[in-house]
Structures are given as C-alpha cells and as structure tokens.
Design a binder for this molecule. Structure first.
Ligand SMILES: NC(=O)c1ccc[n+]([C@@H]2O[C@H](COP(=O)([O-])OP(=O)(O)OC[C@H]3O[C@@H](n4cnc5c(N)ncnc54)[C@H](OP(=O)(O)O)[C@@H]3O)[C@@H](O)[C@H]2O)c1
Length: 266
C-alpha cells in the first residue's frame, strides 16, 4: 500500500495568471511597482522594469531572476517623452512583443493648500503623473498593435482622486485626470481588443506615504483609522489587483477605476 500523503488535487501546477505575456511596469524600482514586477514574473510574465534609479531597478531585477523569473530593466524618466517611448520600445526589442502594461510610476507633491504650491511643483506633478501616463499609453497602444495585437493596460490612480484632496490638490487633480484618460482610452481601444483600467489604492506602506508622513506627521495613522480594515495595504495587495485586471481572467472588464482601499471610500 502506498502511504504517500496526497492533497486530493492534481499535482499539475496551474498556469500563472500572466503566463506567456510580456509586461512593462513603470515605477518598478520600489513600492507597488516592485511588488508588481515580482508578482507578474511569478505569474509567468516576462517583465521590463522602468524607473529613474538604476540601483533599485537592478536589485529588483536580480531578485526576480534569482527566483526563476524573466526580467530586464531600463532607466526611464516619465518626464522625458523620448525616454518613455524608448523604454516601451525596448520591451519589444527584448521580448518581441508587448501584451500588458502597468503605468504605476508617479511622484507625490509637498502637502499643503493649493495657493501655497509653487508653479514649478504643479508643473512637475502634471508632467510625471498625467503627461507621463499619456505618453506611456500612446507608446503602449502602438507597441501592442504592432506585436500582440490585443492587450491590457492598468494605470495606477489613487483613492485620493475620488474626492476633494485639500492636502495634495495637484496630486489629486492629476490622478482624477488619469481616471478620465483611462475611461477615454477604454472606449477608444476597446473595439480592437485593448482593455484599459485603473486601480485606486488607499494608504499603502511605501516610500511615498513615508515622504508624506515626514511632512505631515501622523497622516499614516489617520488614514489607517479612517480605513475599515484599519491598516495600510502591503504593496503586494495592490499589485494583485493590477495583475488580475491585466490578466485574461478580467477579459470583460474595461474602463473601470477599481478601488483597492480597504473600504476607505465605502
Ligand atoms: N503609497 C500609497 O499610499 C499610494 C496610494 C495611492 C496611490 N499610490 C500610487 O501608487 C503608485 C506607486 O507609488 P508607491 O506608493 O509605490 O511609491 P514609491 O515607493 O515612491 O514608488 C514610486 C515609483 O515611481 C518612480 N518614479 C517617480 N518619479 C518618476 C519619474 N519622474 N520617472 C520615472 N519613474 C518615476 C519611482 O522611481 P524613481 O524615483 O527611481 O524614478 C518609484 O519606482 C503611484 O502612482 C502612486 O501615486 C500610492
């Protein structure tokens, strides 16, 4: 008699959520983007990581490879239109195609009322958080059309886009504009099989919230107290939502802004 314990299920591993796909991720050096790059690779995607800080990109890429995944990185500033296009094109050069993209990279502003915000700071938040997403989507649509034919894009918005955002007014405005661009893109590219969605994370334990905390001590605790789940998200929990939206399991979902906020806006 064979006494080998069995689980009662097949021993064949299920294919990953993103098996066979080529994924492009911005802001992939740390935080939510790094968690997403790791997760997408674990779920079977070949990944290109992009951001400005090479040391961080290199570290995450090596981690993914050490775990058996396929990853490369490219240094890219979302404020540089030529660089954004080149980063997306690099994905196609390396892997021969583009299927999915997570436009996650963004910057935060110094908190404070809008009348005290320097014009240059407003312009920077606009350039990186809104124009950068538009540039990336333009390049991604072209790359998907030229290679995979159909695909999916997820833009990282914020729960702070869904209401007045008096402490981060420019950040909130650009994120709300990202929601609008997402919806417009979903309508425009849906007929050719390119789905476009956004996620709206709540407070997530990353450098971005630590930067805000440094300017506004107690803000993380305040957000956690207002959140029904009473805690910040782990970056990996946000990445899970992006992975699902990019996967074929979300094949009938487009034009949505999915809150991943622990119930904050419920
Ligand atoms: N943390 C939260 O509570 C929270 C809540 C809602 C939404 N979000 C959104 O989640 C996304 C990820 O943020 P995070 O929390 O993970 O913050 P993070 O740890 O600060 O990561 C931001 C990433 O974006 C990259 N980035 C910033 N400016 C860039 C630029 N000009 N060009 C290219 N890459 C740039 C950063 O890399 P480099 O600096 O090396 O370029 C970094 O990899 C953002 O869209 C953010 O708005 C975060």
């Amino acid at each position: 008699m064979d006494n080998t314990p069995t689980t009662g299920t097949s021993t064949t591993a299920a294919p990953g959520l993103l098996a066979g796909k080529v994924a492009f991720v911005t802001g992939a050096g740390r935080g939510i983007g790094a968690a997403a790059a790791r997760l997408f690779a674990r779920e079977g995607a070949r990944v290109l990581l992009a951001a400005r800080t090479e040391a961080q990109l290199k570290a995450v890429t090596e981690e993914i490879r050490a775990a058996g995944g396929t990853a490369e990185y490219t240094v890219c500033d979302l404020a540089d239109p030529v660089g954004v296009r080149a980063a997306v094109d690099r994905t196609v050069d390396l892997y021969g195609r583009l299927d999915v993209a997570f436009n996650n990279g963004a910057t935060i502003q110094r908190p404070g009322p809008m009348d005290r915000m320097p014009e240059a700071d407003f312009d920077h938040v606009y350039t990186v958080n809104l124009k950068g997403v538009w540039l990336a989507m333009k390049a991604q649509v072209a790359a998907v059309r030229a290679t995979a034919g159909t695909g999916a894009i997820v833009n990282n918005s914020s729960v702070g886009s869904l209401m007045g955002n008096p402490e981060l007014p420019a950040y909130g405005a650009m994120k709300r504009a990202v929601n609008s661009l997402t919806e417009s893109a979903a309508v425009t590219y849906g007929p050719e099989g390119i789905r476009v969605n956004a996620i709206a994370p709540g407070g997530t334990a990353t450098e971005m919230i630590r930067t805000w905390e440094a300017d506004s001590p107690g803000v993380s605790e305040r957000i956690a107290a207002q959140t029904p789940l009473r805690r910040a998200a782990d970056p990996g929990e946000i990445a899970q939502a992006a992975a699902w939206l990019l996967s074929d399991r979300a094949s009938y979902v487009t034009g949505t802004v999915l809150r991943v906020d622990g119930g904050l806006r419920a």
